[in-house]
Design a protein around this ligand. Structure first.
Ligand code: ATP
Length: 259
């Protein structure tokens, strides 16, 4: 049966930095298991929107409501800091473009994965290690590397470890900021495949910021296009890319198609 209420309900959020309007009047719903891509050129407000919705940077206006497991739709900014932190560590995940921001680079890969489970109260060493090992395999890292620090990993491995660290608590919503940028093309393709597989298997809802329409095409059910802080077009990914309506989206799509 379709869920009667969205997982996330965003209404009219906006953000200024001094005189600069970084984000204006953004609204959308995200449904359980749905992947939404936010696309647009550099400076269009994608990260501002993601950080506002993920409660990392409070917007100046608007509302963000999340469907909590225990108390239904709740205004995220009305929660206490402790409640927001718990949400961020359990039911939400955040995958940074730069894996070093989302990992502890000097502790072992196993500890990086186990940490969120410990935050939920798991203390049994054997179970923590077994789960970490399972997750390493799941993100295609050799479990024999469990005691190695991510500092010794390649860029692609670090990003896969960051994903394992986020998903081990089985969150329902993951925010991703340019998760594949800055990696070699072949590494990107493998990572995208993995993300697509995991989001589907785990029925994970995700908001993915990307400047790359191919990433949106591969991962996202729906897309929002941003220009100068505003959402100029939104819709189903295939429809939007095959038949863009807004001149700016038409420009984005045609610039990718040009040789
Ligand atoms: N901390 C800040 N202080 C001042 N201005 C900011 C700050 N963060 C963002 N901005 C401005 O807000 C606007 C939106 O920036 P934002 O980073 O959200 O865009 P973006 O689409 O994510 O770009 P990019 O792809 O380059 O990260 C830009 O004009 C940017 O210069």
């Amino acid at each position: 049966m379709a869920s009667p209420q969205p997982l996330l309900r965003v209404r009219g959020i906006g953000k200024r930095y001094g005189d600069r309007v970084a984000l204006q009047d953004a609204s959308f719903d995200l449904w359980p298991g749905e992947v939404l891509a936010i696309v647009g050129e550099s400076g269009s407000g994608k990260s501002t929107l993601l950080n506002a919705v993920a409660a990392r940077d409070k917007p100046d206006a608007g509302s963000v409501q999340f469907q909590t497991r225990s108390a239904g739709l709740r205004e995220v900014f009305a929660m206490s800091e402790a409640e927001q932190r718990l949400l961020a560590r359990t039911d939400w995940g955040f995958v940074h473009q730069n894996a070093a921001e989302g990992l502890r680079m000097d502790v072992s890969a196993g500890a990086n994965v186990g940490e969120r489970l410990m935050g939920l109260g798991e203390r049994h060493y054997g179970r923590l290690r077994a789960t970490a090992s399972e997750w390493l395999a799941r993100v295609e890292i050799d479990p024999a590397r469990i005691d190695d620090a991510p500092r010794t990993f390649s860029g692609g491995m670090r990003q896969r470890l960051q994903i394992a660290r986020n998903l081990v608590t089985r969150p329902r919503l993951v925010f991703m900021d340019e998760p594949t940028s800055g990696l070699d093309v072949s590494v990107q393709a493998r990572l995208l495949d993995l993300l697509r597989q995991l989001t589907r298997q785990m029925q994970l809802a995700a908001i993915v910021v990307t400047h790359d329409l191919a990433v949106a095409r591969l991962l996202a059910h729906r897309m929002m296009v941003m220009q100068r802080g505003r959402v100029v077009e939104a819709g189903l990914t295939d429809q939007l890319l095959d038949d863009p309506q807004h001149p700016y989206t038409q420009l984005l799509v045609s610039s990718v198609l040009q040789p």
